[in-house]
Design a protein around this ligand. Structure first.
Ligand SMILES: C[C@@H](N)C(=O)N[C@H](C)C(=O)O
Ligand code: ZN
Length: 235
């Protein structure tokens, strides 16, 4: 499961020295027939933080923690934004491209999450099946995890065995209940993400860690920090 016991926690002094930057990344459409965005400036390193919406607007966002529609019942993000390491974003774009060929797509609920928000979550739900212990950090704090679901071409969510952040057996990958369609949709999501370099966790069908997440440090910069400004005019 997703708690990070066994991994090396990043010392606080190292965390506070990290000053990541989100660089503008321009995209343009490829010639018709090929729906994958063409990046005009490939990010310089897998660790670079990128704004997913700026680099692939095909992927839908419903950033729940930027609303009150979440288990905390409060808005804990100042902006609705999906920041990810380039290593994760590029894989997600490929998964989206594959799904688009079947008339489907991805809808993201959460990406990078500051460590301070992880601490708030842990206070409400100190259960490491469903919330990573901030003493170790979450892979979301490393901008290396994503919570997401499948949508049809109109943006309607496909049926899954439970809702997002339903912290019960129904959200476990081993849960065999629910409709056949929900089972099939969960299988498609997990298979697609695994094929594109993500690792599922057993207790949440919507959560995936990018392979190599250990390479990226825990961050606690706010989602709306000035240094994270992305110049969307270059798109
Ligand atoms: C809170 C939930 N959406 C989530 O992301 N849980 C995992 C285990 C985490 O906190 O890393
Ligand atoms: Zn998650």
């Amino acid at each position: 499961q997703s708690s990070e016991s066994g991994s090396n926690p990043v010392p606080m002094d190292v965390k506070s020295e990290v000053k990541p930057e989100v660089k503008p990344t321009a995209i343009s459409a490829k010639p018709s027939g090929d729906p994958e965005p063409m990046l005009e400036r490939i990010p310089s390193s897998p660790a670079q933080l990128v704004d997913l919406q700026a680099i692939d607007p095909r992927i839908r966002l419903d950033i729940r923690y930027a609303t009150t529609n979440n288990f905390l019942k409060q808005k804990v993000y100042p902006v609705s934004r999906c920041l990810l390491r380039w290593a994760a974003a590029e894989k997600l774009i490929k998964a989206q491209t594959e799904l688009a060929k079947q008339g489907l797509g991805l809808k993201v609920y959460d990406c990078y999450r500051p460590l301070s928000v992880q601490k708030q979550m842990w206070q409400v739900l100190p259960d490491d099946r469903y919330v990573a212990n901030p003493a170790n950090g979450s892979r979301h704090n490393r901008a290396s995890a994503v919570d997401l679901t499948l949508v049809d071409r109109t943006g309607k969510e496909l049926e899954m065995p439970s809702g997002f952040d339903d912290f019960s057996q129904r959200s476990h990958l081993g849960y065999q209940g629910g409709s056949q369609a929900a089972q099939k949709n969960r299988r498609l999501l997990v298979d697609t993400m695994q094929r594109h370099g993500f690792l599922p966790i057993q207790t949440e069908w919507w959560h995936f860690d990018v392979k190599g997440w250990q390479d990226f440090p825990i961050l606690d910069i706010p989602l709306d920090a000035a240094s994270l400004t992305v110049d969307r005019s270059k798109n």
